[in-house]
Design a protein around this ligand. Structure first.
Ligand code: NAD
Length: 482
């Protein structure tokens, strides 16, 4: 497999880190070296922010929605044209099965197309206050945005966070997650290749969060930070942002409940319950990591789910037959196995519970899909985000009990309820303390629709029109013409 070398993008010029330092990226399936990327320092961040600032102040980007719309559409088309090679790089860097990588790219393109159209809908309002006095509220771009992305869905989350910032007229400095820098920069190469896309509007500096990301978040000329990442990173970013009073948008972790009542369409619920937690080896912010089951289903639905889980085929990411990839790193694997061990002390292991090593999997970070039944509410496996293929099943008798279980963590990102009784399903859905409440479906993450966190799952919304308006300021223009 060819090892690809990538460079930062600053003011339209692809370049190495000034220090010349690099980081190596290895495939989590087998430890093969796949990419080498710049390890950027503070001086690279300085130059990238200066370029974004200049592009914002001097260019027409901020005031030309039609230009923005055309560039975003051309970007989506370029991604379609390079779909398979992008999918392969994405798969190799994350270890996710190639079929899931293709799915991720399709959904990423959907975000760009949506925001290409939305760029032309930045409506304001006007009010005739009194004769000769007209008040206009206009939307203006927030300025330079630092976009900081995670590794789990690196392209979709880049598009979900950066496409709306660009649509709103902002300029950006991107700091991709180190593990997925190569695939992210390949997508930016396509944007840079669009003839009318202005230089300096998008810049990218790769490197460690604690160095490159921290320098970006602290930079006085950055107007807003958009982070998708973990809770602790969110806390740090908020503290850093407070120093220069930056706007922040935070999309953080979750511990999402998937509630299934006995009167649900169980044949429909089964594949959703499976995919809700085991796609991308459980490494999705909105995974349904807590299956909240009506008690009578433990003897009927749970065995069916177990049988489906045991059919999942682990394997190399580029093998078309693979259903289950590795987790991202040794560190993450050890952490997940630690959670499983603590879960086994306080619950019943239904399946999985160990590392997978047979058939050459020992070179990667594979964990058997795991189900734990009825741990207590205060158990770590119930309260903390595991970010791996581990499902916790919690049981209830009444709708009130189901709701209390569902709302009983500090997270509030996503949730779902399954029932054929619309009254019951809506009673629960309206009371779920989460940014998304799906009824009789799961993980409907759509470009047109907002997602985001209640409680400690974040601040603000991504997706939909709200996901673009957060990158704007409201200006009051008052015209006195008496
Ligand atoms: P992470 O928080 O470790 O890293 C996210 C990004 O922040 C990376 O680019 C990282 O380099 C950077 N970073 C880390 N420390 C930083 C600092 N001090 N200053 C500035 N930047 C810093 O998260 P991760 O491991 O890449 O991703 C997994 C987490 O992301 C999970 O908690 C998951 O739930 C969450 N996530 C949330 C959503 C959502 O939409 N809510 C989506 C995907 C992932």
């Amino acid at each position: 497999m060819e090892v690809k070398r990538y460079r930062n993008l600053i003011d339209g010029v692809w370049q190495d880190a000034l220090s010349g330092k690099t980081e190596k990226i290895y495939c989590p399936c087998d430890g093969a070296l796949v990419s080498e990327v710049p390890a950027s320092g503070v001086e690279d961040v300085e130059r990238a922010v200066a370029a974004a600032h200049r592009a914002f102040d001097e260019g027409r980007w901020a005031f030309d929605p039609r230009l923005r719309s055309r560039c975003l559409l051309a970007w989506a088309a370029a991604m379609r044209a390079h779909h398979e090679e992008l999918a392969v790089r994405l798969s190799l860097e994350t270890g996710k099965p190639i079929r899931e990588a293709r799915f991720e790219l399709n959904s990423s393109i959907g975000y760009v197309e949506y925001y290409a159209a939305a760029a032309r809908t930045l409506y304001g309002t006007s009010t005739a206050v009194e004769p000769g006095l007209l008040s206009v509220l206009a939307r203006e771009p927030s300025g330079v945005v630092a976009v900081i992305t995670p590794w789990n869905y690196p392209i979709t989350l880049l598009m979900r966070d950066m496409a709306p910032a660009l649509a709103a007229g902002c300029t950006c400095v991107l700091k991709p997650a180190t593990q997925t820098t190569g695939c992210t920069l390949e997508v930016l190469e396509l944007l840079d290749g669009i003839a009318e896309f202005p230089k300096g509007v998008v810049n990218a500096v790769s490197g460690r969060g604690s160095v490159t990301g921290a320098a970006l978040a602290d930079h006085p000329d950055v107007d807003m930070i958009s982070l998708t990442g973990g809770l602790e990173t969110g806390r740090t970013i908020m503290q850093t942002a407070a120093r220069t009073m930056k706007k922040v948008s935070l999309e953080l972790g979750g511990k999402s409940p998937n509630i299934i009542f006995a009167d649900a369409d169980l044949d429909k619920a089964l594949p959703f319950a499976l995919k809700a937690i085991f796609m991308n080896a459980g490494q999705l912010c909105t995974v349904g990591s807590r299956l909240v089951l009506e008690e009578s289903l433990v003897d009927t639905f749970l065995p069916r789910l177990k049988a489906e889980v045991e059919k999942l085929r682990p394997g190399w990411c580029l093998d078309e037959a693979t259903d289950l990839g590795p987790v991202i790193s040794q560190e993450q694997m050890d952490k997940i196995l630690g959670y499983i061990e603590s879960g086994r002390q306080c619950s019943r292991l239904i399946t999985g519970g160990h590392r997978l090593t047979e058939g050459g999997l020992d070179k990667g970070f594979y964990i058997a899909p795991t189900i734990l039944l009825d741990p207590p509410m205060d158990a770590k496996v119930v309260q903390e985000e595991i970010f791996g293929p581990v499902l916790v099943v919690q049981t209830f008798r009444t709708r009130e009990e189901a709701l209390a279980i569902a709302n009983g963590t500090t997270y509030g990102l996503a949730s779902a309820v399954w029932s054929r009784d619309v009254d019951k399903a809506m009673w629960v859905a309206r009371r779920l303390r989460a940014g998304s409440a799906w009824v009789n479906c799961y993980n409907k993450l759509l470009p047109e629709c907002e997602t985001g966190g209640y409680k400690q799952s974040g601040m603000d919304r991504a997706g939909g029109i709200e996901g673009m308006l957060k990158y704007t300021e409201v200006k009051h223009l008052c015209i006195d013409f008496q």
